[in-house]
Design a protein around this ligand. Structure first.
Ligand SMILES: [Ca+2]
Ligand SMILES: [Ca+2]
Length: 246
């Protein structure tokens, strides 16, 4: 019996350590982090929470994303689906996009496919400018045009008591007072889609799509979220993160 308990204890330590090391790979508590770098498994969740994405419709893996591979979306029905329960409070959503289409959907949280039964946490372009809507809050716009055919990183932070903050390429571009989502029956997330856009489906290339269970600071968005996690850099960043956090 004593030996059995020791084995359980050892197993517990191994599992705990495994979790700690994993969290330190990016230093951020990702619900999922899709890098699209593995051609054989393009929707693989690099957070290793197992919240893998699935390329659907006219979504095609390509070798040239922002960093490593990415996903080309056709503007017709292509999107990436993650079936996952994401937090409604204190979260950060981020994605790299490249497009010259100015009125397309980018990112949203859904109940059923295509938002049947409910949808929110929308990222979408209107006249090229990045807009958001986190229900029951209203839609709100920034004046930042990202439909210029170049890569841009878009992030939305919702902080309890602090409202929403939007970042483009790590720079704060807008805020809204509504500080959380009330859409707590959601079941999936679609990247490359938003019901709020004139054209629901994204037309262009996406990369580095993440959902993080924390309201990140501007520095964290810039220094961590926007920085791609490359396999060969993993161990180095793991140990440097552990070193600097103690
Ligand atoms: Ca990539
Ligand atoms: Ca949820």
């Amino acid at each position: 019996m004593k030996n059995f308990m020791l084995v359980l204890l050892a197993l517990g330590l191994v599992m705990t350590f495994g979790v700690v090391v994993q969290a330190k790979v990016t230093g951020l508590p990702h619900v999922y982090n899709l890098t699209f770098n593995d051609q054989g498994n393009p929707g693989k969740d690099s957070s290793e929470n197992g919240n893998n994405g699935e390329l659907k419709g006219g979504a095609k893996w390509i070798a040239n994303g922002y960093s490593g591979g990415g996903v080309q979306l056709d503007g017709n029905d292509g999107h990436v689906e993650v079936v996952v329960d994401v937090p409604e409070k204190n979260f950060t959503m981020g994605v790299w996009v490249k497009t010259d289409a100015g009125d397309v959907g980018i990112y949203s949280v859904l109940d059923g496919p295509k938002g049947a039964g409910g949808h929110d946490r929308h990222f979408f372009l209107k006249d090229g400018k990045i807009n958001f809507r986190t229900w029951k809050g209203p839609a709100w716009a920034t004046d930042r045009n990202v439909a210029d055919g170049k890569w841009h990183h878009i992030a939305l932070v919702a902080k309890d008591g602090g409202g929403q903050t939007a970042y483009v390429d790590g720079e704060k571009v807008g805020t809204h007072a509504y500080d959380h989502s009330d859409f707590d029956w959601q079941k999936r997330v679609w990247i490359g889609f938003s019901n709020d856009a004139a054209k629901d489906y994204f037309n262009g290339v996406i990369d580095g799509a993440s959902y993080t269970a924390a309201a990140l600071t501007g520095d964290q968005v810039k220094m961590k979220l926007m920085v791609p996690v490359e396999p060969k850099g993993k161990l180095a960043s793991t140990w440097s993160d552990i070193k600097t956090s103690h």
